[in-house]
Design a protein around this ligand. Structure first.
Ligand code: ADP
Ligand code: ZN
Ligand code: ZN
Length: 817
């Protein structure tokens, strides 16, 4: 009898692959375990088993697997099902989903780069021969690739060795964004089994009469063991016997002691006292009751509560209820809203039941959270995390909360899988018959539409907590202000006066500007030339502090020019302004106050963001200037004034969501003002004070905005009435992209007719020397989504067989929100 497994490889190929195994392996292997396999001529991967069976593959001969890497599944069958759904729905391979889903320490493969783990001291005597070889090689070389490891140890199958060394903390794997894997392993010792009997023990002690130190260690080991049943840590033994690592090592070498490791958890909550959760006010109480009622019948409830209405406290009650039932809870937030502010607040209520799953956390922390969730440990009963936490191996999920559900960062743009975490979460919840609460002060049109249609429950909370008034929002007409010469730099007299008043009262101010840097365009006064990025179709942004011109798309930078590149004129001026310029102006205008800036340039590093927030919270900053980053979920007590420096560049963005997005963004920033007793003030500077969206923002008219926008969406055939699939062609050759996308659009139009739009270049068509051109396919409600995707796949396949288009990448983005 022949036995086979199907596996997922972490590659962008659409199908699963079959490998052959023996009978024993067949009875041992279960879906969700990893096996080391060879793929192609020389590649090795840790592949994930999806099923065992007895049908040989038809078109190729199945290779044997090299090794089994796991004793138990690391991925649940529910997860495999979710991966399948994602790969089908978002039109990508399961391997791509696997890559996004697994913490990188689980993803071993030929390309994995192995590094020495400098953070841990290695006891070389504890290494097996092959482990030692690799360890030694890493003393001379800073990194090794899998092929080199194979050469060093003289065999092909090295993934198990690498896995062992990772667990022993001798090596780590390189990661692009994350820190390195470092499970905290603790060393334990016990007596080898032959000495555990009384006779064996006596003769052992007799044989050691001339080695008093070793004898002493053994005596202490007995004593420790007698005192408690638990395992004995090496460190504990050394301390008790007043001995040292050398003696222990000798005993291990002599096969008297046996050494073993156990993993401890580093995701630990330090605090001990729990705070009881807050008592809700009547409005919150009512909202909570309604949410629960909706969730009896419906799977999803939209919770539309204005900023500072106390939504979080309502979530807390919902979480509490699940925790009492022993269910797991997932609390999803956009990356930038995941602040210590919120985490600390939740930790006070839930203590160590709360785990954080977030890219800023190290891999080891993420691996531990993963394992805790999979083992349904109480310390990971509540997980708070950004979009990738939908990939955790939940066992008995009861509730998913999606806070700031309107946020576009829930959608992954690049690379595949281009999934939307909110929509995927609804599917995930469904697998567990769990409920979903979507919360926002400015819901996505799609969500509100779903609620209106009765698909989701809808609960509204229109009052701020503590009867604090909604901020007073006013528009400032820049055209008039400039005409009347009432501007100082980029500040209208109205805004300046408001800042002065706030500062006088020792209150804090937030100023929002959507661009970073000093100024996005540098222009020659003589010939009009402005320096462009050589790799992208954008002008270079001037950064005053570093005296550089930088591209915000590819990172290209040069020193600020002394004279024009085209005509050598020295008369260069800047156009437009970013956060840095505002910061500089403020420093001149308010020399006696502290100005802070929060944007990508000032928040690099693991804690950059937190540092600024903390400083602001503690009053160390009077005026904080920033981009989007300061809009989300922050709760500052002392901010009474929020200024939006220029609303127009938000509104003029060429995207069918631009108006919805500007509305959301402005109301969210405005929501940072006046969260305590005093009514907050918001000033929005604009050249278009009569713009409908600005009018709606100024009176906090979500419903008005919704009605207008949904009408437009209907008219112009956009979501939620039509689904959208965006297809992008990408290549470094302009003409090739043109021809390729034209061919695609024509082929698609044969089936989808007028519902194919484009091809069209996006506003920035070249990024990193690659041209992009887009085609939109609009899918009306009645049209089968699956059939549509099949057609697209078919056309993509024919496309790939056309020689002249070889090398053109096709990127498919489903629900391009
Ligand atoms: P939202 O999430 O709706 O913006 P928050 O949950 O952050 O609002 O609440 C705003 C502020 O009001 C927070 O400082 C919070 O601690 C406080 N708050 C909300 N509900 C209560 C309550 N029931 N009792 C005491 N304080 C509350
Ligand atoms: Zn010039
Ligand atoms: Zn560039």
């Amino acid at each position: 009898m022949a036995y086979f497994i199907d596996v997922i490889l972490p590659i962008p190929l659409d199908k699963e692959f079959t490998y052959s195994i023996n009978k024993n392996e067949a009875s041992f292997l279960k879906p969700g375990m990893r096996v080391a396999v060879q793929f192609g001529k020389s590649k090795v991967y840790a592949a994930l088993v999806t099923k065992t069976h007895q049908t040989p593959p038809q078109v190729y001969e199945a290779k044997e697997i090299e090794h089994i890497l796991d004793e138990t599944p690391i991925v649940t069958t529910n997860q495999l099902e979710l991966w399948s759904w994602i790969s089908k729905y978002y039109m990508c391979s399961k391997g791509e989903v696997m890559r996004a889903a697994l913490p990188s320490a689980f993803l071993l493969e030929s390309e994995t780069i192995i590094l020495r783990n400098d953070k841990e001291l290695v006891d070389e005597n504890l290494l097996k021969d092959d482990e030692f070889l690799l360890h030694e090689a890493l003393q001379h070389q800073s990194l090794l690739r899998i092929q080199e490891v194979m050469d060093i140890v003289g065999k092909k199958s090295v993934l198990p060795l690498i896995k062992r060394l990772i667990e022993k903390q001798v090596i780590t794997v390189q990661e692009e964004i994350y820190e390195q894997y470092k499970p905290k392993l603790v060393r334990y010792v016990r007596l080898q089994s032959e000495y555990t009997s009384e006779v064996g023990l006596q003769s052992l002690l007799d044989s050691l009469t001339r080695a008093p130190k070793q004898r002493d260690v053994l005596m202490h080991l007995f004593m420790l063991q007698a005192k408690s049943e638990k395992a004995i840590m090496v460190s504990e033994l050394i301390k008790a016997a007043n001995s040292n690592a050398g003696v222990i090592k000798t005993l291990i070498d002599k096969n008297i002691l046996e050494e073993y490791h156990k993993q401890t958890d580093r995701v630990q909550y330090e605090g001990s006292s729990f705070t009881v959760t807050k008592e809700l006010n009547t409005y919150q109480e009512q909202a909570l009751k309604e949410i629960k009622e909706h969730l009896v019948e419906k799977d999803v409830c939209l919770f539309h509560g204005v900023t500072s209405s106390g939504k979080t406290e309502v979530y807390v009650k919902l979480i509490e209820e699940q925790v009492q039932k022993g269910k797991q809870v997932l609390y999803l937030l956009p990356e930038i809203a995941l602040t210590t502010q919120l985490i600390t607040r939740l930790q006070e209520y839930f203590g160590e039941k709360l785990s954080v799953y977030h890219s800023k956390y190290s891999v080891n922390e993420r691996v531990e959270a993963w394992n805790n969730v999979k083992d349904s440990k109480s310390k990971a009963q509540i997980v708070i995390g950004a979009r990738s936490s939908i990939f955790l191996p939940f066992i008995n999920l009861g509730l998913i909360i999606i806070d700031e559900e309107h946020e576009s960062s829930f959608k992954q743009y690049d690379p595949a899988p281009r999934y939307h975490a909110r929509d995927t979460a609804v599917v995930l919840a469904n697998m567990f018959k769990a409920k979903v609460v979507l919360g926002s002060a400015t819901p996505a049109l799609e969500s509100y539409y779903n609620a209106e249609q009765g698909k989701y429950g809808l609960v509204e909370l229109t009052r701020r907590y503590g009867n604090v008034l909604m901020p007073d929002i006013n528009l400032v007409d820049l055209k008039t202000k400039y005409k009347r010469k009432e501007m100082t730099g980029h500040f209208s007299d109205t805004l300046l006066l408001a800042i002065q008043n706030a500062l006088k009262e020792e209150e804090q101010v937030i100023l929002f500007q959507n661009r970073r840097g000093y100024s996005p365009v540098v222009e020659c006064n003589t010939c009009g030339h402005s320096p462009q990025c050589p790799n992208c179709d954008v002008s270079l942004t001037y950064h005053n502090y570093r005296n550089q011109l930088r591209c915000h798309y590819c990172g290209y930078h040069i020193a600020m020019l002394q004279k024009c590149m085209a005509c050598d004129s020295h008369e260069l001026s800047t156009k437009g302004f970013g956060t840095e310029q505002i910061e500089n102006e403020l420093k001149e205008l308010f020399p006696d106050h502290t100005i802070g800036r929060m944007d990508q340039d000032t928040t690099r590093g693991k804690h950059g963001y937190e540092k600024i927030i903390t400083k602001f919270e503690e009053g160390g900053i009077n005026i904080l200037v920033g981009t989007q980053m300061l809009t989300k979920g922050l709760d500052f007590r002392n901010v009474t004034l929020v200024g939006i420096m220029n609303a127009d560049n938000l509104l003029n963005f060429p995207d069918f969501r631009a108006h919805e997005r500007s509305f959301q963004l402005m109301l969210q920033v405005a929501g940072r003002a006046g969260r305590t007793s005093k009514r907050g003030k918001v000033l929005i500077q604009t050249y278009n004070p009569f713009h409908q969206i600005l009018q709606q923002v100024s009176i906090n008219d979500y419903t008005g905005m919704y009605k207008d926008q949904i009408e437009e969406r209907y008219q112009y055939k956009y979501p939620p009435f039509y689904r959208i699939i965006k297809i992008t062609g990408r290549h470094k050759d302009y003409n090739k992209v043109n021809e390729a996308t034209l061919w695609l659009a024509k082929s698609l139009a044969m089936t989808f007719k007028e519902n194919v739009l484009g091809p069209e270049f996006p506003p920035i068509s070249r990024i990193r020397n690659q041209y992009n051109k887009n085609i939109l396919i609009k899918i009306p409600n009645g049209q089968s989504l699956n059939r549509t995707k099949e057609v697209i796949k078919r056309i993509e396949n024919s496309f790939k067989s056309i020689k002249e288009f070889s090398g053109v990448r096709i990127i498919i983005n489903v629900d391009n929100y």
